[in-house]
Ligand binder design. Structure first.
Ligand SMILES: [Zn+2]
Length: 163
C-alpha cells in the first residue's frame, strides 16, 4: 500500500515499540512488538493496536495489583473501564459525587478502605474466578511508591506483560 500521506513509497510493516497514551495516565504505557507501518519517504507512521479492550483490561489489572497508592488519573481510568458515570460510581462506592471528583482530580487523597473497595470492584469484574484477590494483594499494599512505566506486548489472542 502506498503512503497515504505523500504517496511516494510503499508502507513497510515492522514490529516496533510504541508509547501508548491512554486515559491521561501520567506514565508511559510501552507497547513492545506492535505492528507499525512506516513510510521510508516521509517517515509517516501508523500503529495498529490489536485488541485494545484486552490491553485496557490488562492495564487495569496491573493497576489494581500494584502495591503503591492509586493515582488520581488511575481512579478515573478504572471508573471509565467499568463504564460508569461519576454519579453511578459514587453511588456504588457510597460517597457523594463531589468526593469522587476530588479523588479523580487529585484534590483529595482517597482513603485506604475506599481505595481497596475500588480495587476489589475492578478485580471482581475482570477476574471473577479469583476469589482470593483481596487477601493476596491487600496485605502487601504500601502507603508510598512510584507509579512506573509499564510494558506490554501482544500475544496470540491477547496481551502479556513484557519484561
Ligand atoms: Zn510518505
Amino acid at each position: 500500500m502506498k503512503c497515504y500521506e505523500c504517496g511516494k513509497a510503499e508502507m513497510e510493516v515492522l514490529q516496533g515499540i510504541h508509547e501508548y497514551e491512554v486515559a491521561g495516565l501520567p506514565y508511559p504505557v510501552v507497547l513492545v512488538g506492535v505492528p507499525i507501518e512506516r513510510c521510508s519517504a516521509c517517515g509517516e507512521e501508523t500503529v495498529t493496536i490489536p485488541d485494545p479492550e484486552g490491553l485496557h483490561r490488562l492495564l487495569a489489572l496491573n493497576i489494581v495489583e500494584a502495591d503503591r497508592p492509586l493515582l488520581p488519573e488511575e481512579v478515573r481510568f478504572l471508573r471509565k473501564l467499568l463504564d460508569k458515570s461519576a454519579e453511578d460510581m459514587a453511588n456504588v462506592m457510597g460517597v457523594d459525587a463531589k468526593t469522587l471528583s476530588r479523588w479523580e482530580n487529585g484534590k483529595q487523597k482517597m482513603g485506604k478502605v475506599a481505595e481497596r473497595l475500588l480495587r476489589l470492584l475492578i478485580h471482581q469484574k475482570l477476574a471473577p474466578e479469583s476469589a482470593t484477590f483481596a487477601e493476596d494483594v491487600f496485605p502487601r499494599l504500601h502507603d508510598e511508591g512510584e507509579a512506573g512505566p509499564v510494558k506490554f506486548s501482544p500475544s496470540d489472542g491477547g496481551w502479556n506483560q513484557a519484561a
